[in-house]
Design a protein around this ligand. Structure first.
Ligand SMILES: [Zn+2]
Length: 319
């Protein structure tokens, strides 16, 4: 009896405190009623920005970025926020331009570079599929997922925001995996058996990671360790067979550097509040990702040309 009454008290006190309530419908409700202390004022030509203390819990990832947050927005205004200066502007545009870059490069490769290689018909089909999937498909898609997340993370529904975040993670890891499918193909160019073993396991990993990442618990704090473990094992697995190719090693160096920035939140950690709009670690991570994919793109052409100029010594496996 006593317990229930005290519980009632807690329940009763609960909704009046606006600090950690938000489950989607409730959030919307609060906004409609003006229940938040800071009413999101949407002026005609702008979108209101918030400080770190004012944003809902699920947006609080980086306390060193103290201001410039968008929050509580419906989808339409999320899209509109593409054209205002917030702390996500650089993140959005860097990968939006990255998308355009890789899409154009992919189309260019498909239509102009590929026909110049004197490949056999079988090779040609494999390369076309590979190129199409990874250059017109994976990299641009990876960039687009990221753009989507940074655009819609400020959505007023936490569930929507989380979904975009999951897509962003899936996009990046599939992009990284995508880097080494063609790498593996050429590393084991003269060894059919190992090439197939490796490609099958990599494809299995791609699928496993994709499904793990759209799992609802994947982004919870408890799974944080598992997340980093998956990321590192994916990267490590690719390193094993390709480590002796300097160009691919260079790619992994960029990836490692990008991850260090991502995890350590380095520049803004030492200048809290000063790198809110430009120069934060996430922006460096974005730039390095674009650089890494570009590096990969250049390298794959280089390795492809190398393989064609030096056929396998003893294995006439393609007739
Ligand atoms: Zn990002």
């Amino acid at each position: 009896m006593c317990l229930t009454s005290s519980q009632n008290k807690v329940d009763f006190a609960g909704p009046a405190m606006p600090q950690k309530p938000q489950k989607n419908a409730q959030t919307a409700h609060y906004i409609e009623l003006g229940g938040y202390q800071y009413w999101p004022v949407l002026v005609p030509r702008g979108i209101r920005l918030y400080t770190y203390e004012q944003i809902p819990g699920f947006l609080r990832e980086n306390p060193y970025i103290t201001d410039g947050y968008r929050a509580y927005l419906p989808s339409r205004l999320c899209i509109k926020s593409l054209f205002i200066l917030s702390n996500e502007t650089v993140n959005i545009w860097s990968h939006l331009l990255g998308f355009l870059l890789f899409f154009c490069l992919g189309v260019y490769n498909m239509s102009c570079v590929l026909p110049t290689f004197g490949a056999s018909r079988e090779d040609y089909v494999i390369y076309s599929i590979g190129l199409f999937c990874f250059q017109v498909g994976v990299f641009p898609l990876c960039m687009l997922c990221s753009v989507g997340f940074h655009l819609f993370c400020c959505h007023r529904s936490e569930k929507t925001s989380r979904r975009w975040m999951a897509l962003d993670y899936a996009g990046v890891s599939i992009g990284i995996l995508g880097c080494y499918v063609p790498g593996v193909f050429y590393t084991f160019y003269c060894n059919n058996y190992w090439r197939q073993v490796y490609l099958v396991t990599v494809l299995a990993m791609i699928l496993a990671i994709f499904f793990a990442q759209i799992h609802p618990h994947y982004l919870s704090k408890q799974w944080k360790r598992l997340r980093s473990l998956i990321f590192c094992s994916v990267a490590g697995y690719g390193l094993i067979p390709t480590a002796f190719i300097p160009r691919i090693l260079g790619m992994y160096f960029i990836a490692a550097l990008a991850l260090i920035f991502y995890v350590s939140k380095v520049p803004e950690r030492y200048f809290p509040g000063q790198l809110n709009y430009v120069g934060s670690s996430h922006q460096v991570w974005h730039a390095l990702l674009v650089l890494m994919f570009y590096w990969w793109h250049q390298s794959s052409g280089f390795i492809m040309a190398h393989r064609h100029s030096q056929p396998c010594p003893d294995a006439p496996h393609h007739t």
